[in-house]
Design a protein around this ligand. Structure first.
Ligand code: PBG
Length: 331
């Protein structure tokens, strides 16, 4: 043995699978996953979303069946997104306040099917309901106005809570909405309805397939940069998170996911609160495209990316691969 021989061989711990298991720092389980589902009208309907291979819009009955599947797979929570009929979209997104809208019907069907065995997260933002595809109300110049939008979002959140939503997830990026929604939930007796705020949501090019799925993509004029964050910014994400926590958020979401793992890490280290990441539609589509061309192995890409979120500090991940990942994990 020479003096230069390594005392410490890092490869020793990697030499066998039992040892790799023993040294593994982050563990992904089905309980880390939140499964986003798209809801559409009708009965017995499954509509594949072209830009999201393997993802469909389901009618309410199908959503309830997916919920039962999720319970069997050990997935603790669903996120719901409606594809509102064109005739029910309007400038002011009033359909968001209809107690019998798709979202509310889906919530009730899931609760009927699964009771409290699964949590239901509902997105608060007007884009699935507006004829212009923006998340809020527009003034005459097309600017998304803040405070009037917040007033509508509060009513939207209460509508969802009354239908049985467990987790309100404001994804609109208006200022002050978390505080306003928390106050309204308390006043309405919804003390245990959580707020998981999309605190750091970026104006991202990764949302394209989602907008197809909810049918807002073709309607959207312009972009969302006057309210969603500039992808160049990190400090600003910390300020957003600080505000949402001060306003009463129980947990926060960073969105998109993989390109923003540094933000996840900084938020976790600074605030020590539950942080979630949204592996968004464009990220899902990239993995599927890589798998389709043979550039990568789907299952390996899914597990590696989801584990990376855990390593970065996430409590959980919203992912369209949730059911598939749960099955890969042996559920
Ligand atoms: C709506 C909303 C969006 C997503 C979730 N909620 C789109 C957007 O902000 O334009 C994107 C999710 C995804 O791409 O998977 N406010």
């Amino acid at each position: 043995m020479t003096a230069s021989y390594p005392n410490l061989r890092m490869r020793r711990a990697r030499a066998s699978s039992w040892s790799r298991a023993l040294y593994r720092e982050s563990v992904l389980t089905p309980a880390d996953l939140i499964w986003p589902l798209f809801v559409t009208d009708g009965e017995g309907v499954e509509e594949p979303v072209a830009s999201l291979p393997g993802v469909s819009r389901w009618s309410v009955d199908g959503v309830a069946a997916r919920a039962k599947e999720a319970v069997r797979l050990g997935i603790p929570c669903l996120a719901l997104f409606p594809n509102t009929q064109p005739g029910r979209r309007s400038d002011d997104g009033a359909e968001a306040l209809n107690p019998d809208n798709l979202m509310c019907r889906a919530i009730k069907a899931i609760k009927d099917a699964c009771g409290n065995d699964i949590g239901i997260l509902t997105d608060v933002a007007l884009d699935p309901y507006t004829s212009h595809g923006q998340d809020g109300l527009l003034d005459e110049t097309g600017y998304v106005v803040n405070d009037d939008t917040v007033a509508v979002l509060v009513d939207q959140a209460i509508n969802q809570a009354q239908a049985g939503a467990d987790v309100i997830a404001p994804s609109d990026m208006m200022d002050g909405r978390v505080k306003a929604i928390r106050m309204a939930l308390e006043m309405g007796g919804h003390h245990n309805v959580q707020i998981m705020s999309y605190a750091a949501k970026y104006a991202s090019a990764f949302y394209g397939p989602f907008r197809d799925a909810v049918g807002s993509g073709g309607l959207l004029k312009g972009d969302k940069r006057s309210y969603q964050m500039d992808p160049a910014n990190g400090e600003e994400a910390l300020r957003e998170v600080a505000l949402d926590l001060a306003e009463g958020a129980d947990s926060v979401i960073v969105k998109p996911g993989l390109p923003y793992l540094d933000i996840v890490r900084r938020v976790k280290e600074r605030f020590e609160v539950p942080v979630f990441a949204y592996q968004v539609s464009g990220e899902y589509a990239m993995i599927e495209a890589a798998a389709a061309t043979g550039a990568g192995d789907r299952d390996a890409l899914v597990l590696e990316t989801l584990t990376a979120f855990k390593r970065a500090g996430c409590s959980g991940v919203l992912t369209y691969h949730a059911a598939h990942a749960a099955r890969l994990l042996g559920a």
